[in-house]
Design a protein around this ligand. Structure first.
Ligand SMILES: [Zn+2]
Ligand SMILES: [Zn+2]
Length: 257
């Protein structure tokens, strides 16, 4: 049996990149896969890595910003055209489910026409769920605090929370920050953290390294990178010898064992 892996499908920030797909990550669990977020270009990189769309049975959506969900209709279309019959489960904030359903219908991906069922599961924060032999727990962050005030005040639906995820894989922990309001959003995530997959858009790196040391993070994978991101900044992590850090790139494969 192949050990579990994390495949970076999209390492770009919210600003489109000429060289990277938008936010998307794949947990390769040997016989099946879980996709976390599905930004622009995720399906292309997924196919480039040699996977078949039907192999992914679950998609976890951290929040509904375009750079995290705009590849979702295209991935579902890929499964449709590949005549996949395997059911697909999509986890999302309860407030986002109707919007995502409507997004698929807008793309003419009517449930009645799809050769597979989609099961929509509202995420319950801080409540672990088991799937595909691993355990996931969602932790709400403050990333969408402004939107959650603005939207209802202006007659738009509440977008729900943005979540970071703690993933327990055979007793090792991967934490995906998704987008944050601040590093404090991760303070309640269980520690130690074996791998921290963390966005760089809203997190100052000079705050990240000491935070990671205090919170017993062993390895950091920097992602959600703009084309202007200076990879030389990673050298500053060298002051904290307990931490190892890498900069993500599309199709990077990380063994989780
Ligand atoms: Zn983002
Ligand atoms: Zn966002």
């Amino acid at each position: 049996m192949k050990p579990p892996h994390l495949l970076i499908l999209g390492s770009s920030s919210g600003l489109a990149s000429a060289h990277r797909a938008s936010s998307s990550y794949l947990l390769d669990l040997d016989t099946q896969g879980i996709m976390i977020d599905c930004g622009d270009g995720a399906t292309r990189n997924f196919l480039a890595a040699g996977y078949r769309a039907e192999w992914v049975s679950e998609i976890v959506v951290s929040h509904t910003h375009a750079d995290h969900i705009c590849g979702l209709p295209y991935f579902v279309q890929q499964r449709h055209l590949a005549k996949s019959s395997k059911p697909l489960t999509i986890y999302c904030a309860p407030e986002g489910i109707d919007a995502l359903k409507n997004l698929l219908v807008l793309g003419h991906l009517y449930p009645e026409w799809l050769p597979f069922d989609i099961r929509w599961v509202p995420i319950t924060p801080r409540t672990p769920w088991d799937t595909c032999g691993i355990q996931l727990t969602a932790f709400p962050t403050s990333h969408l605090s402004r939107q959650r005030i603005f939207a209802p005040e202006h007659g738009y639906p509440d977008p729900g929370d943005c979540y970071a995820f703690h993933v327990d894989i055979n007793g090792r922990s991967l934490v995906y920050s998704s987008d944050l309001g601040s590093l404090n959003d991760l303070n309640s995530v269980p520690q130690p953290i074996d791998w921290l997959l963390i966005e760089t858009t809203h997190v100052p790196l000079d705050e990240l390294w000491p935070w990671a040391e205090t919170h017993r993070v062993k390895r950091i994978i920097l992602t959600h990178l703009s084309d202007e991101f200076d990879e030389a900044q990673i050298a500053l992590a060298g002051k904290f010898p307990s931490i190892s850090a890498v900069v993500a790139h599309d199709l990077m494969l990380i063994e989780l064992s």
